[in-house]
Design a protein around this ligand. Sequence first.
Ligand SMILES: Nc1ncnc2c1ncn2[C@@H]1O[C@H](COP(=O)(O)OP(=O)(O)OP(=O)(O)O)[C@@H](O)[C@H]1O
Ligand SMILES: [Mg+2]
Length: 586
Amino acid sequence: MRQAYRRILRYVPRYRGALLAGAACVVASRLLMVYAPRLLGRAVNELADGGAAAVTAAVRTGWQFLAVSAAAGVFTYFMRLLLVGASRRAARDLQRDLFAHVQKLPARFFDRTRSGDLLARLTSDIEAVRFSLGPGLMYVASTLVLFPAAVVSMLDLSGPLTFAALLPLIAIIALVRALGPSIMRRSRAVQDRMGDLSARAQESFAGARVVRAYAKEPVEIAAFERENAGLVRETLGLARTRAWLTSGLHVLGGGAEIVVLWYGGEQVIAGEVDLGYLATFMLYVGMLVWPMISVGWVVSSFQRSAAAMERIDEIFDQPPERLTLAEPAEAPTPVRGSLRVAGLTFRHAGATDDALTNVTLEVPAGTTLGLVGPVGAGKSTLLSLLTREYEPPAASIFLDEHDVTRIPLPALRAAFALVPQDAFLFSTSILENLAQAIQAPLEPEHAQAMLAVAGLERDVESLPRGLETVVGERGLQLSGGQKQRVTIARALLRDAPILVLDDCLSAVDTETEARILARLGAELARHTSIVVAHRLSTVRNADRIVVLERGVVTESGTHDDLLAAGGWYARTHAQQRLAEAWGDLA
Ligand SMILES: Nc1ncnc2c1ncn2[C@@H]1O[C@H](COP(=O)(O)OP(=O)(O)OP(=O)(O)O)[C@@H](O)[C@H]1O
Ligand SMILES: [Mg+2]
């Protein structure tokens, strides 16, 4: 458990001020709380003396009791404010660091992580940690002051009675030790189930259209219900164990009161203890029962948060992307944009086959490479290795003759403008989506120009608010082809030396494609470009075309070379021509 808190302890020093002031409030308020019952006892004793003077004295003591209690209340208020406030701010820091860490994780982490589970760790697990560290630690500190102070005060009044009142404490420690491990285990299970549940819901919402299209609502509801039932089962198990703990503690606390009343009553009758101080004792026992109960509660909340911290640590323990894979670091400046792939073999983590086998190709600076081949041939994989989204083996890919594994990531990625195969837009305005590509503020005219190149100017004009139109989850839904073209404009705006287009005209018709390609030509010529396509007309004018089949380069040359070669390219070309001819006839 101590191991689990290693990370969170790092956030303590920066809130030193608030924590120290809070701790001072703990000490002041608890000492005043311990002093108050003595005043009450004195008032009872003064009354027991009888007479008119007795009432005056008792009332004066009563006022003192009130003043001390009020002061204890004020300190308690500031204690909560300072300590709970510090815990909220520390949780915010933890949340921020966790989020920042996730941003730095490599693509393969996201391949095997459900975003819903990640969300649960970022929210409910962090809240569990915060709760134990804020209110939890506050109760611990409070008990640490209150308990010894009360015991000292009790010993001052009567040794034997103190001993009798504290006996049940031993039983309490035994109880907490017996139930603690089970609470810890069940807490971890609850947090895990919570992650499963939100992952399930998140995926179902993200796939809402598929769910509807295949009428899978009942299946989704049933699956959610199953996860939910799992969560309830674990939560009830945890509640049962915690209930055993709290009720056990209540019984032991009540037992302590009875022991004091019985044994203390006899002492009063025997004249060993003043009646007033028996009242003081009863107040102390009442006062100590709560910390004893809260110890159990706090222990269980610490166990719960240690489990949560473990889940948070699992993310923190993921190694971030490395700036360079091989030393020494070197970066080409300025980047001219020539690419060379030499004998590249690559297998995805967990895959049984190589996605790429001994791939060798060259893209001289300023030229355009067309990359084609059947689905699953490894085209996107090859592209992702260029920018080290996945880590390629050393000395297999060179940018301007520098091994990419030696180029620091920011410099490497700055050399590329990438249009990924899945056209993803953030749920914000088109303008802001475009601005994501560049560091400087975006000029609307510049944006318009690139949208024109991407063949989207007419579409944007017809949108309700033009470039300011919000798209995605919170706004207007663009068509697949429109989305693709926004992502093309975004990449063009970046104006990086190398332009990479992964099958990004797949959702536009042949005519629109021809129009876009005509304008894109100039842009492609200004950059080193790699264009992946299924429709061969897209890459027809490329300086060189490479055919990738099952991870192997099988053909390479110009359009005319490949037609003459009579391989996959020529066959596919003939098929696509035929299909087009049929389309024209129809
Ligand atoms: N993240 C990954 N983890 C494991 N295997 C992967 C991963 N990404 C791709 N693959 C596998 O690698 C192979 C090549 O996939 P890739 O996406 O590179 O093909 P592609 O040529 O781009 O196909 P498409 O034309 O359909 O886009 C496929 O067998 C695919 O299942
Ligand atoms: Mg692909």
